[in-house]
Design a protein around this ligand. Structure first.
Ligand SMILES: *[C@@H]1O[C@H](CO)[C@@H](O)[C@H](O)[C@H]1NC(C)=O
Ligand SMILES: *[C@@H]1O[C@H](CO)[C@@H](O)[C@H](O)[C@H]1NC(C)=O
Length: 393
């Protein structure tokens, strides 16, 4: 009897685990076509960038080094312990409480591929990243119902010549089957992470960030060549097939470099559960100033929308190319928040904590134009006060 009961229980449990979620529970999942996102990124937490926290970086063996790859290679056996210390302290539940009080309802969380898979020959550290990701996302979901975007921000070989993409000066991910195989291992691990959550309905998976195989044009559509776009598209399809097989209700967020959504959109079927992520920056490449930023923000917002799929602004900040002024910040921040909310599904600012100390053109340093936490502390945030976009801008 006992054995039979145990067997039955086991069989039932296995069946429950194996059963693909039906469309009947789709309602519990996030519908990006109606969601109003008000988010921030958690940059510099599970995936390091010198620019986000240069004092910490330099004090921990990174002086003169440009990426986490060299940082870890330089630190050797100290890399793991220092990163574990970072994971446990840079973002805590206190941050989540503060974000929730400020109205944040979505977190985009960059992770390196090394959080999900170990690649032979790479000095990048694979440790407790997913354990910390679990703890913080569980807390944000349980306490506040915050939605989590799991962002695989780098891929093997490097996706964009920047340290943040896996390796400074490299974009060897393109047309590289070995790199692709390991990328899918990372994706499979991230899918498993989401499916094993107590709240699989509170996650979106983003498998790629800013793929660039023509770095000279970084920030512009030409940054991704046609051949590069073909490679990216086949990867997107591969990821979609994997997510659909595991749980078709999980939205997949596609970041198509700086090509417009209208370039990607025709390649997908209406039934694909996708949301596009566009990144809008103003610190380089266009004649922006703090004074004219509202006009650029409005133009980008008005150009972003797609008639078939939802669009989300996954990264933006308010540093202008020249003549930055501190006093303009509340207006520019709120104009952006208002514009993204009006014309897209909303946004996530880059980033929650940003301590870059390089002087900008005009007043202040980078941190003053990229650090959302400071805006919360200063009481700046009130999207309603943002400048309205007019049809002519
Ligand atoms: C392909 O990617 C692998 C894994 O990142 C890397 O070791 C290798 O050097 C890459 N190959 C080329 C030709 O770039
Ligand atoms: C930037 O500020 C300088 C000094 O105030 C001024 O001369 C210049 O015209 C400004 N440039 C722009 C693009 O507004």
């Amino acid at each position: 009897m006992r054995f039979t009961h145990f067997t039955l229980t086991l069989v039932t449990a296995l069946a429950a685990e194996a059963a693909p979620p039906t469309n009947s529970n789709r309602a519990a999942y996030l519908d990006w076509s109606t969601f109003k996102a008000n988010g921030v990124n958690l940059g510099g937490w599970l995936h390091q960038e010198q620019v986000i926290d240069p004092v910490w970086w330099d004090a921990n063996g990174g002086a003169g080094l440009l990426d986490e790859w060299d940082w870890c290679a330089n630190l050797g056996s100290q890399c793991g312990p220092r990163l574990e210390q970072r994971y446990s302290s840079f973002i805590t539940t206190t941050d989540i409480d503060k974000m929730a009080a400020a109205g944040i309802n979505v977190l985009r969380i960059p992770t390196g591929y090394n959080a999900w898979v170990q690649v032979p020959g790479s000095p990048l550290y694979t440790g407790s990243q997913t354990r910390f990701l679990r703890a913080i996302s569980d807390y944000a979901i349980r306490q506040y119902g915050i939605h989590i975007i799991v962002d695989i921000h780098s891929l093997p070989g490097g996706v964009n010549n920047l340290g943040l993409g896996g390796r400074e000066g490299r974009h060897d991910w393109f047309n590289n089957q070995t790199a692709l195989d390991y990328s899918y291992k990372a994706v499979d691990a991230a899918i498993k992470f989401i499916q094993e959550s107590d709240f699989p309905d509170k996650f979106t998976l983003q498998p790629l960030n800013e793929p660039v195989d023509n770095p000279a044009a970084f920030g512009f559509p030409e940054a991704l060549t046609d051949a590069g776009a073909t490679w990216v598209l086949s990867y997107f399809r591969g990821v979609l097939a994997r997510v659909q097989a595991a749980n078709a209700n999980t939205p997949v967020m596609l970041q198509g470099s700086f090509r417009p959504v209208s370039f990607w959109s025709p390649s997908f079927a209406d039934t694909d559960n996708i949301v596009f992520d566009v990144h809008n920056y103003y610190f380089a490449g266009r004649p922006t100033t703090s004074a004219n930023l509202p006009q650029f923000l409005c133009e980008d917002a008005q150009n972003a929308a797609d008639d078939r799929f939802p669009v989300f602004v996954g990264e933006w900040s308010i540093e202008a190319a020249s003549n930055n002024t501190l006093a303009s910040r509340p207006r520019n921040l709120n104009t952006g928040l208002k514009a993204w909310a009006q014309y897209t599904r909303g946004s996530s600012f880059w980033t929650w904590k940003f301590r870059g100390n390089v002087p900008v053109n005009g007043e202040g340093t980078q941190a003053e134009y990229w650090n959302y936490e400071e805006y919360v502390d200063a009481g700046f945030i009130d999207a309603g006060t943002g400048q309205a976009c007019t049809a002519s801008t």
